[in-house]
Design a protein around this ligand. Structure first.
Ligand code: GRF
Length: 199
């Protein structure tokens, strides 16, 4: 499977996918990084891994449709078949949703539908929950609302800081994301959502 990863920041999940491809546990190639924050550390990771990068600043475009058209051209020229969002801090719009229907997934640091949107870990701490986790889901037009594919729980123990919890969630994410992508690509298990087949 020819993959593009979209990321805005550190890119530790990007790295875990690249590493799984190298190890052969994920049968895919990472053909493009799309980054909306020129200078983000994930771009250095891509350079080190030899992954082509398309970076852009949204402010240079008239709107989402215009920059997504350009992203779409890059995706097509790289032959990308599937998109994995990994810390990409923007909603996906109609241009990409319709071109890659049911072929865009995201990872989110909570057990959705709890704590969608920004600062999911801060929201969990604020709510005082004892269990949070990571979710991989299909992407739709909403904020972290698409059909859930996989989840893994992470306990919050007394005295743990947001930083401690973030580290534990990242550790889980780095296993869960490549493993789940491989399962999706193998087509193992149909994905159901509200009674209908997603894939
Ligand atoms: C991850 O926690 C992911 O769940 C969320 O953004 C974070 C990205 O971290 N969507 P990194 O850039 O992959 O290290």
């Amino acid at each position: 499977m020819k993959l593009a990863i979209f990321a805005s920041g550190n890119g530790s999940n990007f790295q875990s996918i690249v590493d799984a491809v190298e190890k052969g546990t994920l049968q895919a190639t990472v053909d493009l990084l799309v980054c909306d924050k020129p200078g983000a550390f994930v771009m250095e990771r891509a350079a080190a891994a030899g992954v082509p990068v398309f970076s852009f600043s949204a402010k240079d475009y008239s709107g989402k449709e215009e920059y997504e058209q350009e992203i779409l051209e890059k995706l097509k020229s790289c032959g990308v078949e599937f998109i994995a969002l990994a810390g990409y801090m923007r909603l996906i719009g109609n241009v990409l949703l319709s071109a890659y229907e049911k072929r865009i997934v995201n990872i989110h640091p909570s057990l959705l539908p709890a704590f969608p949107g920004k600062d999911a870990i801060g929201q969990a701490v604020e709510a005082g929950v004892k269990v949070t986790g990571a979710t991989i889901h299909y992407v739709d037009a909403g904020m972290d609302t698409g059909p859930i594919i996989a989840q893994q729980a992470v306990e919050i123990n007394d005295g743990e800081t947001e930083k401690d919890i973030a580290a534990k969630i990242h550790e889980v994410e780095h296993q869960l994301y490549p493993k789940t992508l491989q399962q999706i690509f193998e087509g193992s298990g149909k994905m159901f959502y509200h009674g209908s087949t997603v894939m």
